[in-house]
Design a protein around this ligand. Structure first.
Ligand code: HOZ
Length: 412
């Protein structure tokens, strides 16, 4: 396997040392093959919001397994999950299930172009929308973590239509629209950025994008692969009260199984085959296992008080981290919303990827190692958000903050 892994960020290349090889996960914990236990803040990069291997999800999966793993034909479970997504996410009137966030973003871009008849798209520096060719321009996640220039193998003719702007910079977006009249199909973004560390939208940014896209006959697309059902039950669009035209999802809606989805206004989604002419397909799409895990996970999340608990817990964690760093004399800026958090080892504010790059990544690597030695598993990258879950207890948070306190002291 290239680099010994199935996905680049896992390889510990930016933090040093060897990746941990895991044996099993349960609740807020992950155990490696040597039997060491870690409090886990990666959460499978987002899906594990109810905690790993939640007993209700596991039981539902066992039952579904008996009925078969893939029908390659419609199953009733797809209708149930589709209804739940449509009820929850403000922009979604129709939804198509796929198998990953990458697939969802790839399809949504085709749909943006099909609907508007325009080829160009605006994305933001440091935002990551999967690894399809046209999105590998100033991308976040592994591309940012490894400091790779835009990937070889991506034809220039493909990315010529991808325009970029700094996150939180409405003026830059305005200029792009002015320079490319009637040519831009839409703007796609992570409404809260989780692939360049953790960057929140400044007041008015999302609202401004909504207006600009409308004025220019372009679509607004929220990539909620990370934030969907995590920032709130209805995603970032519900939390911030800004409704995009289209939305991509993944992670939480698959409850730990491979899944992705894209949805939005019926008028636009009706372009997708076989309702319309825009082609997109998938053998395992909507398979009963992924649908089952998604349904159970959303049922658990829809219970009273879920997001209040996640918010409080995660706030306490980030406040603790910031306090530990400052006590040890480090510059730090950190924030959280609901069950997502992040910090940069630099003076804030961090409003875009350029500012995020000021973070001391070498020091982050040392911190990461010290935290591992104290039984806490953080994303092995200074440019990935952290994820909490309903399974993290107050004691887990206390133990994590203590580990941060000791680790910051150790790397002074
Ligand atoms: N794209 C994921 C995080 N942003 C990484 C997935 C993985 O390495 O598993």
């Amino acid at each position: 396997m290239p680099g010994g892994v199935s996905s680049p960020v896992r390889a510990f290349k930016s933090v040093g040392g060897q990746p941990i090889v895991f044996d099993r996960v349960k609740g807020p914990y992950a155990w490696d093959v040597d039997g060491n236990r870690f409090i886990d803040y990666v959460g499978s990069w987002g899906p594990a919001i109810c905690g790993h291997s939640h007993p209700d999800v596991t039981a539902a999966l066992q039952e579904a397994l008996e009925k078969g793993t893939s029908f390659g034909a419609p199953c009733e479970l797809e209708n149930r999950l589709a209804s739940m997504v449509i009820d929850a996410v403000p922009s979604v009137e129709m939804v198509r299930f796929v198998n990953s966030g990458t697939e969802a973003c790839m399809a949504v871009l085709r749909l943006m172009r099909a609907f508007t008849g325009r080829d160009k798209v605006i994305k933001f520096e440091g935002c990551y929308h999967g690894h399809a060719d046209m999105f590998l321009v100033k991308a976040g996640s592994g591309v940012a973590t490894l400091g790779l220039p835009d990937s070889p193998g991506v034809p220039r003719s493909t990315t010529a239509n991808t325009l970029t702007a700094p996150y939180n910079d409405l003026e830059a977006v305005k200029e792009l629209f002015a320079e490319n009249p009637d040519a831009i199909s839409g703007v796609i973004l992570e409404p809260v950025v989780g692939n360049a560390g953790f960057i929140t939208p400044e007041p008015g940014f999302l609202e401004g994008l909504r207006e600009l896209t409308k004025e220019n006959g372009a679509l607004l697309v929220f990539d909620e692969v990370m934030t969907g059902f995590r920032i709130s039950y209805g995603g970032a669009q519900e939390r911030f009260g800004v409704t995009p035209d289209l939305t991509t999802m993944g992670k939480v809606i698959g409850g730990g199984l491979p899944v992705g989805a894209y949805g939005g206004k019926a008028e636009i989604m009706s372009m997708v085959a076989p309702a319309g002419p825009m082609y997109q397909a998938g053998t395992l799409s909507g398979n009963p296992l992924a649908m089952t895990a998604g349904i159970k996970t959303l049922e658990l999340l829809s219970q009273e008080g879920t997001y209040d608990r996640l918010e409080l817990l995660t706030n306490r964690l980030i406040e603790g981290i910031v306090d530990c760093a400052k006590s040890a004399g480090f510059e730090i800026t950190g924030s959280s919303i609901s069950a997502m958090f992040g910090f940069y080892l630099c003076q804030g504010p961090v409003r875009n990827f350029e500012e995020a790059k000021a973070s001391d990544t070498e020091r982050f690597g040392k911190l990461h190692r010290e935290m591992l030695n104290r039984g806490v598993y953080l994303a092995p990258s200074a440019f990935e958000a952290g994820f909490t879950s309903l399974a993290h207890s107050d004691d887990d948070i206390d133990a994590t903050i203590q580990a941060f306190r000791d680790s910051f002291e150790a790397i002074k």
